[in-house]
Design a protein around this ligand. Structure first.
Ligand code: SF4
Length: 264
């Protein structure tokens, strides 16, 4: 029996290797889009804010906040120290281990003023006792003096955290104590160590590198006191170059020469 035309066409395809013809599955229909509905955009939430720093409230009693009369009325350095050693007038007070009043000859001709106590000073309650203090002692010795011939104090009497520079408000809170110290000692010359004492005592904002070695003057209690600005010993230790050491040595020699001349 003759194959039908359809069977003949199928056999031809099989001979050509086109086997298993299958219907391609239809692609699944795309899901219908969701009906449009207005939605509320999420409102931006305010970022959680850091808690507002609490303002330092100094105590109001005469120990934590010595009255100006007690400072001005102190007749000796010992009286002054007694009056202010419990001071908590600025935020540095509660963080200190020891109060660092200053030390030296009560009528020193040469007075050094630094920035503030560091870690060693805070532990011992004495100014300039760490590595910077050792260098200062050596420099004083090179002038033919002993540490006890001079007086050494700082702008602030309590250690700033992490040895940072005292903030202007901290320095302001403490400055009256330093002024009274200077009035009681009556030095012939003050040597300021670093930029901070120069800025807080004399309002000089220029960098210490530019201004060191240039005489300034402090008017206090009816006296004019020559001030010689020089580098802080800690800076000298960090920048231990011949130029820096020579600069400090020249400044100290100029201060000593002034005293010698004034007293000749
Ligand atoms: S740094 Fe000066 S003002 Fe501040 S708490 Fe100490 S002594 Fe008082």
């Amino acid at each position: 029996m003759e194959p039908s035309p359809l069977e003949a066409w199928r056999d031809t395809l099989q001979e050509l290797g086109v086997l298993g013809l299958v219907r391609e599955p239809r692609p699944a229909p795309e899901p219908a889009p969701a009906p449009f509905r207005r939605t509320e955009a999420p409102r931006p939430q305010p970022a959680p804010s850091a808690p507002a720093p609490t303002r330092y409230e100094p105590p109001t009693d005469a120990v934590g906040c010595p009255p100006p009369g007690a400072v001005a009325g102190a007749a000796t350095l010992a009286d002054l120290e007694q009056a202010i050693q419990g001071c908590l007038k600025c935020p540095l007070g509660p963080g200190r281990i020891r109060f660092v009043f200053g030390e030296g000859h009560p009528a020193a001709r040469l007075m050094f003023i630094g920035e503030g106590p560091g870690r060693d000073e805070d532990l011992q309650g004495r100014p300039f006792v760490g590595k910077a203090g050792e260098l200062l002692d050596r420099m004083i010795g090179a002038l033919g003096l002993g540490r006890g011939d001079t007086y050494i104090a700082n702008v602030v009497k309590c250690r700033p955290p992490d040895n940072r520079t005292p903030l202007p408000e901290e320095a302001r809170a403490c400055l009256g104590y330093l002024h009274r110290q200077i009035e009681l000692i009556q030095p012939a010359v003050i040597v300021t160590l670093g930029a901070t004492p120069l800025r807080e005592l004399l309002g000089v904002a220029e960098g210490i590198t530019r201004i060191r070695g240039q005489w300034r003057q402090l008017e206090l209690g009816g006296r004019r006191i020559p001030v010689m600005p020089t580098f802080h010993p800690a800076y000298v230790l960090r920048q231990y170059t011949q130029d820096v050491r020579r600069a400090v040595w020249e400044d100290l020699q100029a201060a000593k020469a002034w005293i010698d001349k004034a007293e000749a």
